[in-house]
Ligand binder design. Structure first.
Ligand code: BES
Ligand code: MN
Ligand code: ZN
Length: 504
């Protein structure tokens, strides 16, 4: 979808979208549209229950006296409740309506109502961003009824008094959308197509040309280096495991021999999680192509950072494996040796994500000495039981980092909620014969999984673990800005965190 910002002008084609606030008061552009159409809007309002509530709409098709194909009046609710997030939702809801109608072009002309805290340029930018997020579609594997799914809305113009300022406010958001779309694509792809090597190839082909430095470690290299935990998970699969290292160096360069410490993002990339020999039941296995949602978010984030040339030194590392019950698969009772040297008794092969992350986290810290490491993983069913679909769980050894993530979550709508780490939970992963076991074996499964990861974090590393099992994909009702199964969750959150705290 092509997005342009322009100064107010007469609309020559497509839909003209205007706004009203709570109570139904028409904003200036809506009044102008009503006047230009000889009162078509006020007439239509008489036959509707429109009250200007958030997301309410009234539509006039082929309004007499106008070149526009339709007038669409949108309720914005109370002006003081408007923020970046709600504007994105409105943009998405409008786009949803127009996409459903098969509209090809639209012009938004929504004034800043009195009492709204958001400035006019930001308002224009976030409406456009929301509409863009809604325009995503994954049609790769349809051969029939393409017409029904086609996105006809290809041109969006946002009218705003200072188009240059709005364009500046929007700068970067388009790049973030690119990152989100790549993450959604990766999550939506079926696992027979997107296995570890294919995932790595896509990173190379889509991020390489943006100036991201990419290295891929295959099984022989990882074996040499001692990735016993990650490789253990992959050994029941016919597909080769991979570790991909992405570096974006947009920040300050090395100074007097001292390299500035990067911020690192680590993703769980289980391209399919059958459970391994601790096989999942059929219903629980469905959707496990999305068990690489953490890796998808890290990849999408790196793409966004490079596309918008972020002034940050960031590292993205994804551990890509397939968890299958092949003849060489890990057995429950096996003991494996992680890259860190610590041994792990594998009592349940379905608790595989923590094994992949353990080695990826060790590698990340050894190689880059990052000040901050954030990992994302669809790690536990327990977090879904706990927080459902509205928050990801955050576990951290640094309260300031938690505070920052909570704030970025409130701003973007990708919200997180903190859960505890404590030695009393760590006790639950003591093994009878090895340094630790890979399951807690009781309740608090999301916490014992986090305690497991903490054992692979060096002293001095600020670390946060985001358990995104409830938010990486959506099965029920879709959110306005997320029209697909794969959500791309995490790209917006971490991009915001970087803007606020890590960009120079
Ligand atoms: N990938 C799953 C977690 C998951 C479950 C994500 C449901 C999304 C929806 C993970 O690898 C897993 O299987 N975890 C087990 C751990 C258990 C064996 C200790 C779980 O949560 O049941
Ligand atoms: Mn599993
Ligand atoms: Zn898993």
């Amino acid at each position: 979808m092509q997005i342009t910002f322009a100064a107010p002008a007469v609309i020559k084609a497509g839909s003209w979208v205007v706004g009203a606030t709570d109570g139904g008061a028409l904003l200036p552009a809506a009044l102008a549209a009503d006047k230009a159409s000889g009162g078509a809007l006020t007439r239509a309002l008489k036959f509707s229950r429109f009250k200007g509530s958030p997301g309410q709409m009234v539509e006039v098709l082929a309004p007499a006296g106008l070149a526009a194909s339709r007038l669409l009046l949108v309720g914005l609710g109370k002006p003081e409740t408007l923020d970046e997030k709600s504007l994105e939702t409105f943009g998405a809801q409008i786009a949803g309506r127009l996409l459903g109608a098969g509209e090809a072009a639209a012009t938004f002309q929504i004034d800043v109502p009195k009492g709204c805290k958001v400035k006019k340029d930001e308002l224009a930018a976030h409406l456009a961003f929301g509409a863009l997020l809604r325009s995503y579609v994954f049609n790769q594997y349809r051969t029939k009824n393409l017409e029904e799914y086609e996105r006809k809305l290809t041109a969006l113009t946002v009218l705003t008094p200072d188009a240059a300022a709005a364009k500046k406010a929007y700068a970067g958001l388009g790049a973030v959308a690119d990152g989100i779309f790549m993450a959604r694509d990766l999550v939506n792809e079926p696992p027979n197509i997107l296995y570890p090597e294919e995932f790595a190839r896509r990173i190379k082909s889509q991020l390489g040309k943006l100036g991201v430095k990419i290295e891929v470690l295959g099984e022989s290299e990882m074996k040499k280096q001692g990735f016993g935990a990650l490789l253990g998970v992959g050994q029941g699969s016919a597909r080769e495991s991979q570790l991909v290292v992405m570096q974006w160096n947009g920040g300050k360069a090395a100074k007097n021999g001292k390299k500035p410490k990067p911020v690192a993002f680590v993703g769980k990339g289980v391209c399919f999680d059958s459970g391994g020999l601790s096989l999942k039941p059929g219903a629980g296995m469905m959707g496990m192509k999305g068990d690489m949602g953490g890796a998808a978010a890290v990849t999408g984030l790196m793409l966004a950072l490079a596309t918008r040339k972020a002034k940050v030194n960031a590292v993205g590392i994804v551990g890509l494996v397939e968890n299958m019950p092949g003849p060489d698969a890990l057995r429950p009772d096996d003991v494996i040796k992680s890259l860190s040297g610590q041994t792990i008794e594998v009592l349940n092969t379905d608790a595989e994500g923590r094994l992949v992350l353990a080695d990826a986290l060790t590698y990340t810290q050894r190689r880059f000495q990052p000040k901050t490491v954030i990992n994302l993983a669809t790690l536990t069913g327990a977090i879904v039981q706990t927080l459902g679909y509205e928050h990801a769980g955050v576990f951290s050894n640094d309260e300031e980092l938690v505070r920052r993530l909570l704030a970025a979550g409130r701003y973007t709508g990708e919200r997180v909620w903190q859960l505890p780490l404590d030695p009393c939970y760590d006790k639950m992963i003591k093994s009878k014969i090895a340094d630790m076991k890979n399951i807690g074996g009781g309740n608090s499964g999301a916490i014992t999984a986090a305690q497991f990861l903490l054992r692979f974090i060096d002293k001095g590393t600020d670390w946060a673990h985001l358990d995104i099992a409830g938010v990486a994909w959506q099965d029920g009702e879709q959110k306005a800005t997320i029209p697909s199964w794969g959500t791309g969750w995490g790209v917006r959150l971490l991009n915001r965190l970087i803007i606020e705290h890590y960009e120079s």
